[in-house]
Design a protein around this ligand. Structure first.
Ligand SMILES: NC(=O)c1ccc[n+]([C@@H]2O[C@H](COP(=O)([O-])OP(=O)(O)OC[C@H]3O[C@@H](n4cnc5c(N)ncnc54)[C@H](OP(=O)(O)O)[C@@H]3O)[C@@H](O)[C@H]2O)c1
Length: 379
């Protein structure tokens, strides 16, 4: 098979002049080092975490695109506040696309790299929004023969995060979980994991349609934050499950504080769980996403045994080490078409991913709308 001489890669750049620019650049086809492989990228999802790198704190409601084909350019203005937050990336051409899957078409000399030649693999790279991508052989997950690149495109970010939430719960001595924006792609995976593993999960959503999605999946505890009885419902569910650990995908507003308030209220109903300093057991909320960009507001009325902090998948995987991480990866590979199946509403090319009208659709991060970039589609 003859290899191409050049390929297109998507880059995101923030200029000193407060403008975000996204475009495709042409690069020479890479020569892999001994331990590396080159993947022909066939499917790569657009997750909220990718959009953090793509757009950051730009004003996407004023984004526009021009040009056509490989010359399409997306631009968006950035406010002074956004510039202050993104200062460290000014002038850098950032590759995008955390995860994806495709076929290994070139490999370095090492036996591990050579063993992957011709295989369909999934990989985590940070530069997957491209026609080709070079990664270390050991970071590839070979897919089972019955799985296609589309099946394996979302193998890492959401599946490993959902599994790691349950691992965090066990490591930190909690026995049940609370999750927000719970009808998300990740939230649906978490429901399947918790049901299979016998872990109680309190799902917080904001719409009745999302209650139905989770009910249909068999979820037992679902609380709608738009309901008049929200805080009572949340406290009841936390009391029933004993959850003292929450993962909040919104990150902003009052949600984290409301969860801690409900945990405190639940503890107050439990004999022996309360002291004059508030409830005894440590209550923790991890902000693991930024769907709500407003400031995080804490209205402290929950004693002193609590914490609110950030949580990031790569840091957690580094903490548990290679062996434990591999066990999680093996489970993902085995349950790819069931627990960890992702459904895509749109399959788009690299160029379409820069079209302002299409960007507006996937930027909304609406429940059930997931976009898949297929970089081999015509540019
Ligand atoms: N920290 C990490 O390592 C890590 C790793 C993986 C994923 N994540 C995070 O996981 C989250 C879920 O990812 P995903 O791919 O599963 O998302 P997704 O499928 O795109 O779903 C997003 C969900 O969030 C809801 N939502 C959006 N804005 C909201 C808001 N302000 N308040 C409440 N709900 C809101 C949407 O509901 P509506 O339809 O009502 O808008 C939708 O159900 C993201 O925040 C992502 O950044 C973090």
């Amino acid at each position: 098979m003859s290899l191409p001489t050049a390929y297109h890669q998507m880059l995101s750049t923030l200029s000193e002049e407060a403008e975000l620019r996204m475009e495709l650049v042409e690069k020479p086809f890479p020569t892999p080092k001994a331990h590396e492989v080159v993947i022909r990228v066939e499917a790569t999802p657009i997750n909220p975490s990718d959009q953090g790198v793509m757009f950051g704190w730009s004003n996407m409601s004023s984004a526009s695109s021009n040009g056509s084909g490989a010359d399409t350019v997306l631009k968006a203005p950035v406010t002074p506040q956004g510039m202050a937050i993104m200062k460290a990336r000014i002038g850098q051409n950032l590759p995008v696309g955390n995860e994806g899957a495709g076929t290994v078409i070139a490999a370095g000399d090492s036996p591990e790299a050579q063993a992957l030649m011709g295989k369909t693999v999934a990989a985590l790279s940070g530069a997957m929004y491209a026609e080709y991508c070079t990664v270390p052989a050991m970071s590839c997950l070979p897919l089972l023969p019955e799985h296609s690149a589309k099946d394996g495109a979302s193998c890492f970010v959401n599946p490993l995060t959902a599994l790691s939430m349950v691992e965090t719960m066990k490591l930190e001595g909690h026995s049940a979980l609370v999750h927000t924006a719970a009808a998300s792609n990740l939230g649906q995976m978490l429901n399947k994991i918790c049901q299979a593993d016998g872990v109680d999960l309190v799902n917080i959503v904001r719409r009745e349609e999302q209650v139905k999605i989770l009910k249909d999946l068999g979820a037992k505890y679902i609380v709608n934050s738009s309901s008049e009885t929200y805080m009572t419902d949340l406290t009841d569910a936390i009391h029933a499950t004993g959850a003292t650990l929450a993962f909040d995908a919104t990150g902003g507003g009052q949600l984290a504080s409301q969860i801690l308030t409900a945990m405190e209220g639940a503890a107050a109903r439990t004999p022996g769980a309360y002291s004059i300093y508030g409830s005894i057991h440590h209550k923790q909320v991890y902000l693991y996403g930024g769907l709500d960009v407003s400031p995080t507001t804490l209205t402290r009325g929950y004693g002193m045994a609590w914490g609110v902090g950030g949580w990031l998948l790569p840091n957690f995987l580094a903490k548990i080490g290679m062996e434990a991480g591999n066990k999680l990866r093996m489970r993902v590979a085995k349950e790819l078409k069931t627990t960890f199946a992702s459904h895509y509403t749109d399959e788009i090319s690299l160029t379409e991913a820069l079209d302002a009208d299409i960007v507006a659709r996937y930027f909304a991060k609406t429940t059930g709308e997931k976009f898949l970039i297929c970089p081999q589609k015509d540019i």
